[in-house]
Design a protein. Sequence first.
Length: 343
Amino acid sequence: MRVSEIPALRDYWYPVAYSQDVTDKPTQVRLFDQGVVIWRDGDGVIRAALDYCPHRGARLSQGWMHDGCVVCPYHGWEYGSDGRCVRIPQLPNQSAMPPKAKLATYRTEDRYGLIWVTLSDAPREDIPLLSELEDPDYTLIHELMETWSVCAMRTVDNALDVSHLSFVHRNSVGDASRPEMSEYQVERDGNRISFSISYTAQVTEEMKRNTGLTVDTTTRTTHAELVQPLVFRGVLEYENGLKHVLYKTATPIDDDHTLFCQFIARNDAPDEDKQQLMTSIDRTIQNEDRTLLEGLPADFPVEITTEVHTKADRMTLEYRKVIAELAREGGSFRPDSTWDPLA
Ligand code: FES
Ligand SMILES: [Fe+2]
């Protein structure tokens, strides 16, 4: 199934920009194949609305701010923070505003350095509570936010898929000579799924600098969790007590594009140099995933008989079930009989 075929996915919050990048200049972001204009109003509050002027359809994102209002670039109508038109320059002052002269506004939140938007009036869940980011012992590091030509579910599926490490990442953190995985149990709680797995990893010189470890091999435990259908959390725990918590979010731009965002939390108060090192390692790894993922079909199979699975695929198998159930709940389930792997 494609993103557009699962309306329930619209009922969540998604990051669309870094908070520090949103100014009083109206800017377009895209969500579910829809243009959304975001801006910071006169009080510093982030606002969002459908990027469409109800007068003649111009894009507000081509407009500007005046006296705390967004000015439409076509005929200059001015809209306040609540989306209502407060001024039509062609009419005398004090004229009544047409009741329909109002932007379709959306809810926004500024959290964890990100601007989150939901298109829904009644989101199924709040913005995911990312516990480490509420804890002063952890440092938040934003690593990347970029548009990938890949379906959002594929991006999260990849995050949940540990068995690809030895191959996709064979030139970075993976070891192609040791692809076997130890036992792990997948747990399911509603739409959340999780598992923990421990394995022995080589500690390269770069990894030593990154983690503070001095040994050549170490046992690393990974706790991976699907927090929301398009939000992943992974905790990498090292023997020296270090925790490297990885968050990945996949904001659906449209069926074929995703705003991929990755940020981490660390409990070792990393200095600027270390933060740069981590970011550069993680960017390399994500580029390897991106190259692979951009070659996959946008159609995401949801019936478990469509693909071939092994016991190494339990986490991603469960993910297909979560997505299928979400589609069913919204009454939009499309059987894979029409699935086209080449689409
Ligand atoms: S289209 Fe926006 S003011 Fe006319
Ligand atoms: Fe990967």
